[in-house]
Design a protein around this ligand. Structure first.
Ligand code: APR
Length: 232
């Protein structure tokens, strides 16, 4: 990729799998233990707030038991060294990219370590459990909820992401099944704007045919090798 200047990287649960965090789909996936409709929709939050808050409390607590893996560190190394534009768009709500040192990073589906006020939309960093009715320090309402984009809600940072896709020369998708939009459509958008496209995934994703190149294997091997090919 000789004339690569601007890079957009999309990551999904597969990049955190080797750190020990469950993916959503596939053997042992998060959605196997739960029904999406029961824990990741506004209706579920209204119907059974305790269940939804407990689901995210458990995932937030799990963060303390895992570490970034070589794939997270490789992307952070690229972020620090890359002279052109670079944006990591993660669908993940864990903090492993941050802990590996990534800076040019956006969470399109929210973050476990953030609480959102359903009344005033203020956000605050939050560690530990977040019981329903927790009080917002900005407005005083007992309305804090997990700062997670539920199915049917608007993903975060879309204008910034779309502008980056329009300007990129290379779009790389890592560890995602291509099952959920709008992220699953980013490859078509990047391709439409003339970018080169590369998929790094354990197995072909639903969108594999849309990528100019696909490499299959564990992210902890594929991502450091890809970053080395760009930096060395
Ligand atoms: N290395 C690389 N890829 C991997 C690895 C690994 N070690 N392990 C699993 N994968 C791949 C799987 O093959 C799969 O294609 O990661 C992908 C994980 O897919 P999903 O479980 O569907 O996760 P993701 O694509 O991130 O889901 C997108 O769906 O449920 C919503 O909001 C949730 O952000 C999530 C979105």
């Amino acid at each position: 990729m000789p004339d690569t200047q601007n890079i957009v990287i999309l990551t999904g649960a597969g990049i955190s799998a080797e750190s020990g965090l469950a993916t959503f789909r596939g053997p042992g996936g998060l959605w196997e233990g739960q029904r999406v409709e029961d824990v990741c929709t506004p209706q579920a939050l209204a119907r059974d707030p305790a269940l939804v808050h407990r689901f995210y409390d458990a995932r937030r607590a799990a963060l303390a038991t895992v570490e970034p893996n070589p794939a997270h560190y490789a992307l952070a190394r690229l972020d620090a060294a890359w002279p052109g534009e670079l944006l990591i768009v993660t669908q993940n709500v864990d903090d492993l990219h941050e802990r590996a040192g990534a800076r040019r990073l956006l969470h399109i589906h929210g973050e476990l370590l953030s609480a959102l006020c359903a009344a005033c939309e203020a956000r605050a960093e939050h560690h530990g459990d977040l019981p329903p009715g927790s009080v917002c320090t900005a407005c005083g309402a007992p309305a804090l909820r997990p700062d997670i984009v539920f199915f049917g809600e608007m993903p975060y940072h879309m204008p910034t992401i779309e502008a980056a896709l329009a300007a990129c020369d290379l779009f790389v998708s890592i560890g995602t099944s291509g099952a959920v939009y709008p992220a699953a459509g980013f490859v078509q958008l990047a391709d439409h704007y003339g970018a080169d496209t590369l998929e790094l995934n354990l197995e072909p994703s639903a969108g594999s045919a849309s990528f100019a190149q696909s490499r299959h294997g564990p992210a902890s091997l594929l991502v450091p090798a890809w970053v080395d090919s760009l930096l060395d």
